[in-house]
Design a binder for this molecule. Structure first.
Ligand SMILES: [Zn+2]
Length: 236
């Protein structure tokens, strides 16, 4: 890994952060996961705060639902990434993602770019806020990554179980079967591409290219079934 280790984090008062992409790793905290864990960075007098990202080890009790013994990646090989994202409300927010430790640089690189573009994300909580229930997380339009579960319609592990996949704005970017249906009523108007709208990913979009540059492929390019919310390391 190539983290820049910093002695302290600039936050709130004082000068703007000089190196907005700075990332450091801290020991795991025991902060419990809850459904009301979103916070907002302090606004600065000159505009929104610069992008920031923090990579931390994950404690077992932070993943009460999404990880269990027998999962293909141990929780010690996962990382919590706490980062700035731009919201549907046109304001900066702090979100949390869990990914495999080998892909934290990929994720930070992409989300720094998205924030720079003010590309909007509805919300970003760990799937544990939904008791690990993928359906409920998607229905809430929650962007999330790690979840130890099989692939949809399969008995094999999903790339999410390896912490190497992320679902972005799943209401605006639904999983659509080859016959054109989606399991989520609130996503039906987004079942076709291209479609315009906040947080939508279309073929050839800069979001797709940003992921592609770090080696992540988009589920919107699958043949047959399309998974417009899904990006994964190396595809699949
Ligand atoms: Zn996915």
């Amino acid at each position: 890994m190539a983290f820049v280790v910093l002695a302290s984090v600039s936050c709130g008062a004082g000068e703007p952060v000089a190196s907005p992409a700075s990332v450091h790793e801290t020991p795991g905290s025991t902060t419990p996961v809850s459904a009301s864990d979103s916070t907002s960075p302090s606004p600065s007098p000159t505009g929104p705060p610069p992008f920031s990202a923090k990579v931390s080890r994950v404690a077992r009790d932070q993943l009460p639902y999404s990880w269990r013994p027998g999962c293909p990646v141990h929780y010690r090989d996962l990382r919590l990434v706490t980062l700035t994202y731009w919201g549907f409300d046109d304001k900066p927010h702090t979100g949390r993602l869990v990914v495999r430790k080998t892909v934290t640089d990929d994720i930070v690189t992409v989300f720094k770019r998205l924030y720079g573009w003010r590309w909007p994300i509805k919300q970003m909580k760990l799937v544990d806020a939904y008791k690990g229930d993928d359906y409920d997380s998607i229905d809430a339009d929650n962007t999330s990554a790690f979840n130890c579960r099989p692939a949809t319609g399969s008995s094999n592990w999903s790339n999410h179980a390896y912490g190497e996949a992320i679902d972005i704005n799943p209401r605006e970017n639904p999983y659509v079967t080859a016959s054109g249906s989606t399991a989520h009523q609130n996503a039906k108007k987004f079942a076709k591409r291209p479609v315009s709208g906040k947080g939508v990913v279309n073929p050839g979009d800069k979001v797709v290219k940003a992921f592609s540059r770090v080696g992540w492929e988009w589920g919107g390019y699958w043949s047959g079934t399309k998974d417009y919310q899904h990006f994964s390391k190396g595809g699949g």
